[in-house]
Design a protein around this ligand. Structure first.
Ligand code: GKR
Ligand code: MG
Length: 434
């Protein structure tokens, strides 16, 4: 089997105005779809970050993809995930995920790997997690992912969307948002994006969420706080976020040293609120320092930028050996990424928390998966007994996504620009802000 055709689709999908310490989401999130078609006429697909740079990187790789054997292709691309500047090096830039030039190669590699594994799975009629070979669960749990949010449903002009969730800028608004998400998807865990409002309001919001839903809550201010503020929040929320609840505090402050200082400060007071990270720790090269300094008790994996699914499985094993938990990070995405996340989670034994997903923030109108949105029922995605990812592309929907991309002015994610446009013309991303 050889790869005969490679297609890359740039898509724009409506995205509501949700907030984080990065700023405000633009009306469209950008995604790329990669298709690898074999000479047998089978097509493997992958979804990754969108906009100009990720698509150009995939485009540039075409000559190495055409004619390649998909069973061996990812082995011949190891230069993208090993060696200087390609995945073995430190990659922290504090830029939004998907816009970090230092992990561009692992992201490109990951898309090719996912498409190859899908192609192999579809050719053999074997689900992708069974191609990976270590399926340990058939149903993968995901978390509700509430955000502080302005009014609006995303999209622009005559493509402006209904506001499914409404504004949520108060503790009560957040509780209402989570109630709606849980009613629709049945989630059993809550991952709450913070670093947006004064920490006292966010503390109150977590308290209300924990009281109302009685399920594990995680709080992620994306490095918006000082070490002192982080310790104070950990102290005040020890009952809501403590290890005994299945909760955690994610990236309260920037840098491995900052995280280590927060952990030390909390432990000195006898408080076991574990710290998770997808900001202080973004690649394998961060692990030795992070573990040596006890900066991170849970790593958030993400096959999109950790260099693919098999790298995530290796990360899981390293974490297990070091007694560190593993959770899964997410950015705005469609059903192809959703299924890839579910398959790698199904095949990763040491996955100790329900995974994050932005999927509730995307809309059926933009879904490119044939048959519509991937179902999340009772908070889980069930692995379908179909080959590869278990989903195919709906080419009419892909064409609509391409059209939206062509029409919209966005070519990269820029939450600061959007914040200045709609909320505060003088806004700057401050780390720490509080
Ligand atoms: O979508 O605004 C967002 C999130 O803040 C996202 O960019 C983060 O990557 O979900 C993420 C996280 O867990 O840090
Ligand atoms: Mg995070």
């Amino acid at each position: 089997m050889r790869i005969a055709e490679v297609h890359i689709h740039n898509l724009a999908i409506a995205d509501p105005p949700i907030r984080s310490s990065y700023g405000l989401h633009q009306p469209y999130a950008l995604r790329s779809i990669l298709e690898l078609k074999s000479d047998d006429g089978v097509t493997g697909i992958a979804e990754t970050y969108g906009g100009e740079a990720p698509a150009a990187a995939l485009e540039a790789l075409k000559p190495r993809l055409i004619g390649a054997n998909p069973f061996r292709l990812t082995g011949s691309l190891m230069d993208l995930i090993g060696g200087e500047g390609s995945g073995d090096a430190r990659s922290q830039t504090m830029l939004v995920p998907g816009e970090n030039p230092l992990d561009a190669n692992p992201r490109t590699y990951s898309a090719v790997e996912t498409a190859c594994l899908d192609l192999i799975g579809k050719t053999l009629n074997v689900p992708l997690c069974d191609v990976l070979g270590t399926r340990v669960r058939d149903a993968v749990p995901f978390s509700a992912y509430p955000f502080y949010k302005h009014a609006g449903g995303g999209g622009e002009g005559d493509d402006k969307r209904e506001d499914e969730y409404g504004e949520a800028l108060t503790p009560e608004g957040l509780v209402a948002q989570v109630r709606q998400m849980i009613a629709t998807y049945g989630f059993k865990d809550i991952k709450f994006k913070t670093g947006v409002l004064d920490p006292d309001i966010e503390i109150e919001t977590v308290r209300q969420l924990a009281r109302e839903f009685r399920m594990p809550v995680r709080m992620d201010p994306n490095s918006a706080w000082t070490v002192e503020t982080s310790i104070r929040v950990g102290r005040e929320l020890r009952e809501e976020l403590g290890a005994h609840t299945g909760g955690y505090l994610e990236d309260p402050t920037a840098t491995i040293d900052g995280m280590a200082a927060v952990r030390r400060g909390l432990l000195a007071e006898g408080i076991d609120v574990p710290l998770a990270s997808n900001v202080a720790v973004t690649c394998f090269a961060d692990l030795p320092e992070a573990f040596a300094k006890n900066a991170v008790q849970i790593v958030l994996c993400d096959h999109h930028y950790w260099g693919g699914m098999r790298q995530v499985m290796q990360l899981a094993k390293i974490c297990q050996v070091w007694g560190v938990g593993l959770s899964m990070h997410s950015n705005s995405h469609l059903g192809v990424s959703m299924m890839a996340m579910a398959h790698v989670a199904a095949a990763t034994p040491h996955l100790t928390y329900a995974c994050d997903t932005h999927y509730p923030w995307s809309q059926a109108k933009d879904e490119v998966v044939l048959g519509g949105r991937v179902p999340i029922v009772d908070g889980v995605i069930r692995i379908p007994e179909r080959g590869g990812l278990g989903v195919e592309l709906d080419y009419d929907q892909v064409a609509r996504g391409r059209e939206r991309y062509a029409k919209c002015p966005y070519r990269k994610r820029d939450d600061t620009a959007e914040m200045r446009k709609h909320v505060d013309p003088t806004w700057e991303r401050l780390l720490p802000r509080w």
